[in-house]
Ligand binder design. Structure first.
Ligand SMILES: NC(=O)c1ccc[n+]([C@@H]2O[C@H](COP(=O)([O-])OP(=O)(O)OC[C@H]3O[C@@H](n4cnc5c(N)ncnc54)[C@H](OP(=O)(O)O)[C@@H]3O)[C@@H](O)[C@H]2O)c1
Length: 294
């Protein structure tokens, strides 16, 4: 059987670029951005996809800011639900496999054990509702599709929380971060490895799958971990301590945020037959590569 050709959506996004870097050296891979496929112009999508040769479609694109989604619900549902439905219909029609990325923000965030794939999703904001509608539309239109839920991404292609906190700590020792909201920071590079396995060794895996590193963190513990690692690497951060603050103090946030969305990655571990590493080890690798010891 010929090797599957992979099309990735999200050329300017953190995860799309990471997946492309991971997969393109060994596999036939194409990376598309908004100019190639615009979710705001749904009528153009089927013909664009039809003209492209691919066997696996990785959709990382979507409206990813909860506050922007809250301000523009129609656009959020267009990008996060209607467009993925069209992707799934096109994939189904040509016998291609869709791997569609979703989020831990589909969960309510109420006190809970780790959230498994079987737990009920009850999002608290427009972002989560539109992503959940996207999951359901994708699985209905293409029963062979895989919905990969990820959380709190970090990696070299787009600055995220640890990058921002290190940049701030180079200027000031007066730092704060939310301590009462928890999830799992997850390495885009690690996701690249898992996705490669899912494409080439687990071709029939479908439904919902949680793709996250192991462990648990708040924005506060994640920030202090990043500063501790930065300090060990010789980065001249002015402090390793971050003041813990409650989420309620961030009054500028437009969208409500779920408080506890730590996902269980047992299905992924069982499937791949490996121990998924802790987010801290992945963060250490990422920061060591980004800031070689000084
Ligand atoms: N980042 C996280 O911490 C996180 C957490 C949980 C789940 N996720 C999910 O993981 C996936 C990847 O996240 P990410 O951090 O890589 O996202 P990202 O960096 O924000 O990238 C989003 C991508 O979507 C594209 N896009 C947005 N609206 C579009 C439209 N109307 N038409 C075509 N393309 C459009 C963007 O292109 P432009 O640059 O042109 O706008 C960009 O390439 C998303 O599904 C997200 O919901 C992310």
């Amino acid at each position: 059987m010929p090797a599957p050709r992979i099309l990735i959506l999200g050329a300017t996004g953190g995860l799309g670029r990471a997946l492309h870097r991971h997969l393109s050296p060994r596999h036939e891979t194409t990376l598309w951005g908004r100019a190639d496929l615009d979710f705001d112009q749904p009528e153009t999508m089927p013909a664009r996809l039809e003209a492209q040769k691919f066997d696996v479609l990785l959709n990382t694109s979507g409206m990813t800011s909860p506050d922007a989604c809250e301000a523009q619900p129609e656009r959020a549902f267009q990008a996060n639900a209607q467009a993925p439905r069209i992707l799934a219909e096109c994939c189904h029609a040509r016998g291609a496999r869709l791997i569609h990325f979703s989020t831990d923000y589909v969960f309510s965030g109420q006190p809970h054990d780790l959230w498994s794939e079987e737990d009920e999703a009850e999002p608290v904001n427009i972002y989560g509702r539109s992503k959940l509608a996207g999951e359901q539309a994708v699985l209905k239109a293409s029963p062979h599709a895989l919905v990969a839920r990820v959380s709190w991404l970090f990696g070299p292609d787009k600055p995220s929380h640890p990058d921002h906190i290190i940049q701030k700590a180079l200027q000031t020792d007066d730092l704060s971060a939310v301590a009462d909201k928890v999830s799992v920071p997850t390495s885009n590079a690690d996701i690249g490895g898992w996705i490669e396995q899912l494409i080439f060794r687990h071709q029939t895996t479908r439904g919902v799958l949680h793709l996250c590193n192991s462990g648990i963190a708040s924005w506060h513990t994640w920030a202090e971990a990043a500063l501790g690692i930065a300090h060990c690497l010789g980065i001249p951060v002015k402090t390793r301590h971050v003041k813990p603050v409650p989420l309620a103090s961030l009054t500028q946030l437009k969208a409500p945020r779920p408080m506890m969305t730590v996902m269980d990655n047992a299905r992924l571990q069982n499937l791949l037959g490996v121990q998924i590493r802790n987010w801290y080890d992945a963060l250490e690798d990422y920061l060591s590569e980004k800031y070689p010891r000084q």
